[in-house]
Design a protein around this ligand. Structure first.
Ligand SMILES: C[S@@+](CC[C@H](N)C(=O)[O-])C[C@H]1O[C@@H](n2cnc3c(N)ncnc32)[C@H](O)[C@@H]1O
Length: 465
């Protein structure tokens, strides 16, 4: 009996010891977990400090290198510069394939650019004031050129195999692999720029940002066009403003005008050495020259002259509106013209003088390749419709990271394909092959037929086939 009693006591004691040991183990585990957590925090802090130090190191190295170059006589003055990216692009294009060739091709393409802390202690300070501008020039490195090879002559895809000097093109393959893109600045939040209308892939190092100032950057805008007017997508405003300007300058000068001056203005309008045919002018302006109106010369009917100008302005607005509706193509300069509108250019030119105008190679607006009709199979349309806007999570459905939803994505896909993203080689030799590209979080599969492209499949990046 006593044996069994002492045995039971022993078991009880052992149980108590086990329970104490368990508690100790639990406490120890807690301590270890806490230690791991605090180490992890410390580690991530150290890692981020290391990254910043690395970036700062890169900047310092660049600066030191620059100084060394100065002492070695290889300074800025000799055209030597060690570049330091001010940030890297995150964009809806992850690869070169399928990325628009110019920003104007796809207005809905989106990107962000965060200014690096390594370059400025307070990157957001460097952006103060930029919010007043609607567009910015992005100067970047074509970092995915693969190798730094270049040739003096290139074959732009839109020239369908014809060769031209590389400096007459925007080819990425140039001695200094610098790209220049005019992007729309949608907003700035802290140290980050939100951009749209870009032709730059994710990960691209950006070297500089400059505000787009039409008064400086857009020859057509000289002579008093304001920002809004110059940035308009069409010629309409420019044309109308020219007429307004004419009215304005007449307003100012009416008192001093002689009959001869009036005649000159009219001469300029009707007989200028341009291809503006009389039928392009207001019927009234063609029929009755201002010089035919003796009251004006006598200073008697200024109001009728102003009325005339007003009619002209309103007519020219209607006319250009009609012309513009036919074609929405635009290029770098945001008010560059569609071919239909081009004919109107000389009439504006008259008022600013020829030197105010830019000229371009005709193939830019009238290339020997057709733009393509784009269609989606029903299946592809349905697949695209599944995509959710950024931040929306619906179980089992993919979400975009940049594009605002399926509609915007469809517009972007149409724009990219309509401009025929294939190389000349691919167009000629691989016509029957499928074409793949990635847009935001969607993998697009399509094929090309005569003058059309068809989207066959739209799948979430990384999803199983
Ligand atoms: C023809 S370049 C024009 C870029 C810029 N607008 C310019 O005029 O300098 C646009 C093409 O460059 C390619 N591209 C974009 N970002 C790139 C990068 N970081 N490295 C190499 N190629 C790039 C894409 O294939 C895109 O279609």
């Amino acid at each position: 009996m006593s044996d069994s009693c002492s045995c039971a006591q022993h078991v009880l004691m052992l149980r108590q010891q086990i329970s104490v040991t368990r508690k100790e183990i639990k406490n120890l585990r807690k301590k270890v977990d806490n230690a791991i957590l605090s180490h992890k925090k410390h580690l991530s802090y150290l890692q981020s400090a290391l990254t910043t130090a690395d970036q700062k190191g890169a900047v310092l190295r660049a600066q030191t290198h620059q100084k060394e170059q100065v002492t070695e006589g290889l300074s800025l003055e000799q055209g030597n510069i060690e570049t330091v990216p001010i940030g890297y692009i995150s964009s809806c294009f992850s690869a070169k394939n399928g990325t628009p060739r110019q920003p104007a091709v796809c207005r809905s393409s989106r990107a962000t650019l965060r200014i690096q802390k390594a370059v400025f202690n307070n990157p957001e300070h460097a952006l103060v004031g930029l919010e007043h501008y609607s567009h910015v020039w992005i100067i970047f490195l074509f970092h995915k050129n693969g190798h730094l090879s270049y040739k003096a002559k290139v074959k732009p895809p839109r020239l369908n195999g014809q060769r031209v000097g590389l400096y007459s093109t925007r080819t990425p393959h140039r001695p200094n692999a610098l790209g220049l893109t005019l992007a729309k600045l949608d907003k700035i939040t802290g140290d980050t720029l939100y951009l749209s209308g870009i032709d730059i892939i994710s990960g691209t190092p950006v070297l500089d940002i400059k505000p787009y100032i039409p008064d400086y950057d857009c020859p057509q805008s000289r002579g008093g066009l304001n920002e809004e007017e110059c940035l308009s997508d069409t010629m309409t405003e420019g044309f109308v403003i020219a007429s307004h300007e004419m009215a304005g300058s007449l307003d100012k000068e009416l008192g001093q005008h002689t009959h001869g001056d009036m005649e000159q203005e009219e001469e300029l309008l009707v007989n200028s050495d341009t291809d503006v045919v009389p039928s392009m002018l207001s019927p009234k302006m063609c029929d009755s020259k201002l010089t035919d109106a003796p009251e004006v010369a006598e200073g008697g009917s200024i109001s009728s002259l102003l009325k005339e100008i007003e009619n002209y302005i309103s007519w020219s607005h209607d006319f250009t509106q009609g012309a513009v509706e036919g074609n929405g193509e635009v290029t770098d300069c945001q008010n560059a013209k569609a071919p239909a509108v081009q004919r109107l250019r000389p009439s504006t030119e008259m008022w600013y003088g020829e030197e105010s105008y830019s000229t371009i190679a005709s193939w830019i607006r009238d290339p020997p390749v057709n733009s393509l009709a784009v269609r989606f199979t029903q299946h592809a349309e349905k697949e695209l419709g599944e995509f959710q806007p950024p931040g929306h999570t619906v179980p089992g459905k993919p979400s975009f990271q940049f594009l605002q939803g399926p509609e915007e994505a469809a517009a972007a896909i149409r724009a990219v394909l309509a401009a025929d993203p294939r190389s000349v080689y691919r167009r000629d030799c691989c016509q029957d092959k499928l074409f793949f590209f990635t847009l935001d979080t969607a993998d697009i599969t399509c094929w090309f037929g005569k003058n059309f492209a068809e989207v066959l499949r739209v799948r979430a990046v990384g999803s199983q086939l």
